[in-house]
Design a protein around this ligand. Sequence first.
Ligand code: M6R
Length: 357
Amino acid sequence: EKGTYDHFMLKEIDEQPIVIRNIIQKYQHEDGSTRLDADIRAAMQQADRIYVIAAGTSYHAGLVGKQLLEQVANKPTEVHIASEFLYNMPLLSQNPLFVFISQSGETADSRGVLVDVKKKGHRTLTITNVPGSTLSREADFTLHTFAGPEIAVASTKAYTAQMAVLTLLAVDTAYAAGRTLDFDPIQELGIAANAMEALCNQKDEFEKIARDYLSVTRNAFFIGRASDYYVALEGALKLKEISYIQAEGFAGGELKHGTIALIEDGTPVIALATNEHVNLSIRGNVQEVVSRGAAAVIISMEGLDQEGDAVVLPRVHESIAPLVSVIPTQLIAYYAALHRGCDVDKPRNLAKSVTVE
Ligand code: M6R
């Protein structure tokens, strides 16, 4: 039920802090240790490489998950678009573990891969919001994202929930392998939930950005580097699917290899600048587009912010920053769609779960 909300999407955006806190509770014991099935833990330890398979927004969560699995758990990880995998299969390692990320658990492209790799005898884990779903039933193991039903076609809370569960999986794998971490990722998730809540209480700001920059434009660009690039991809997908604005996400450094030719007077460029080690270079990219007429909206973070930034996020740990930096892009997309009179919850030509290949 929508309750007091006009749209499920806005309700689901607002639910995100609670969802993250809920996931922490579900996956963490009171003494701080992680609560994961012994079988999943063993499968993670035995795997010499993780192959993440997903589509759309879940693929974008997988990209962030790769960084977590590699940096926190020291597990080599590849992320693949489900619909491409069978036609362009990489050489597999000796002991692969396939991780399927799917809100619905019904995505046919992902299922096609699951059926194929199972036939070949590989181990499979599904991360899903629907534990009884096909991908969950057919995989060896399931991790539940506990986001509650997601009704809007545009995925919001399922995406942040997927990243939170991937964080827990990475932490559990790291501890089981005896690694010591120089930060507590689960505590950082709690800090991220508070930051998400603060942003959800600043909706007027995002409505204004949408009105000022996106009410009449034909196109828009999102740029970022490192994990900000993954959020740029997600921000662009969200904007295009509900507002029908042609939006693309780019790695900041790629602009000069072609895309910058599209920048005209007033072209909106939303730049994510929450990664410390690339802060100067992404700001350099912003300069490049602004000098060609772009209308830049910079989303930065406390400690890295500069005068003129449109949004300054509360400070959170870099490895989980995408959970927080995606919130402004979700809200900006929502208000852009609203201002343009689009059907926010049921965009044209799209289904909530894509059950055909
Ligand atoms: O149910 P799934 O997570 O497998 O769905 C994958 C994509 O179809 C889905 O994320 C889609 O991209 C969303 N509509 C994006 O908001």
